[in-house]
Design a protein around this ligand. Structure first.
Ligand code: SF4
Ligand code: SF4
Length: 66
């Protein structure tokens, strides 16, 4: 079951979340979002729902479900 939800249309590809993810499970897609950026994707099997991405993202992309 997913531990986080992402609203990837809000992502601007700044990389802050990926730089601070302790599990290094955030990467970037090669499909442009509606805002014209290449958004993040999360490898959910590695995610420990620590909340770091949620804290770091200035654009409200993440929601922690756990
Ligand atoms: S909740 Fe933690 S482990 Fe999961 S993607 Fe965010 S920073 Fe990485
Ligand atoms: S911090 Fe937010 S806007 Fe920046 S890459 Fe991560 S999800 Fe996208």
């Amino acid at each position: 079951m997913a531990k986080i939800m992402t609203k990837t249309d809000r992502c601007k590809g700044c990389g802050l979340c990926a730089a601070h993810c302790p599990k290094k499970c955030i990467t970037f897609t090669d499909t442009m979002n509606s805002a014209g950026y290449y958004p993040i994707k999360v490898e959910e099997s590695k995610c420990i729902a620590c909340g770091s991405c949620y804290t770091m993202c200035p654009d409200g992309v993440y929601e922690i479900l756990a």
